[in-house]
Design a protein around this ligand. Structure first.
Ligand SMILES: Cc1ncc(C[n+]2csc(CCOP(=O)(O)OP(=O)(O)O)c2C)c(N)n1
Length: 192
């Protein structure tokens, strides 16, 4: 049986095309980060290098501090599984300016493709729902991704989209200069 999936880089490019100039994106560790970089660096992109599971917590901080700004958290399935509690916090604090996109390839690809829980039936959308995040979807095609983004982009509540992706390697490698990444991002947020 063939299962329909998207390509992470293609999905990232689609998401990037939708961003406004003032929108911030937090890329979690892993190949999600690398494809965010490959899709075209932006000053308002923050690239988390080093620790898993921090895309949503960092994005939540930015979203709460700057409620007028749209913030997108991009995370891998392995990373969100390491930090599931953030979904509960997200539902509790309910910022109206934060969307989360999970790139679900069923593995910890960047460290050797060891399988994650989603390869054995863990359903991240169901977890998000159970945490109280009712605006959640799982998509596996470009049409479905676009439809979910159309639906969620305007709502004033946190949302989660799980994108089922293939095992293709990323198209680039994020520049490994954490200080520069941090300063550039803070400057773009008018915090430097
Ligand atoms: C707390 C922590 N544990 C382990 C690692 C090592 N590590 C870095 S990325 C990664 C896998 C990330 O998997 P996922 O989020 O699914 O992204 P993918 O690599 O599939 O794009 C692991 C295990 C780490 N950096 N931090």
């Amino acid at each position: 049986m063939s299962v329909e999936v998207m390509n992470r880089y293609d999905a990232t490019v689609r998401l990037r095309a939708r961003l406004g100039d003032e929108d911030a994106v937090i890329g979690g560790i892993g190949n999600t980060n690398f494809d965010l970089w490959a899709a075209g660096p932006r000053n308002l992109n923050f690239y988390m290098l080093g620790s898993m599971g921090l895309a949503v917590p960092i994005a939540l901080g930015v979203a709460l501090a700057q409620p007028e700004r749209r913030v997108i958290a991009l995370e891998g399935d392995g990373s969100i599984l390491m930090q599931l509690g953030c979904l509960s916090t997200l539902a509790k604090l309910a910022p109206g300016n934060l969307g989360t996109v999970i790139m679900d390839n069923g593995c910890y690809q960047i460290t050797g493709s060891q399988p994650t829980g989603t390869a054995f039936g863990t359903d991240i959308e169901a977890v998000a729902n159970a945490c109280g995040l009712e605006h959640s979807a799982t998509v596996a095609t470009e049409t479905a991704l676009d439809a979910a983004l159309d639906r969620f982009w305007q709502i004033a509540a946190p949302w989660v989209i799980v994108v089922k992706i293939d095992g293709e390697p990323p198209r680039g490698t994020t520049e490994r200069d954490p200080l520069r990444i941090r300063m550039r991002f803070m400057d773009a947020l008018n915090l430097a």
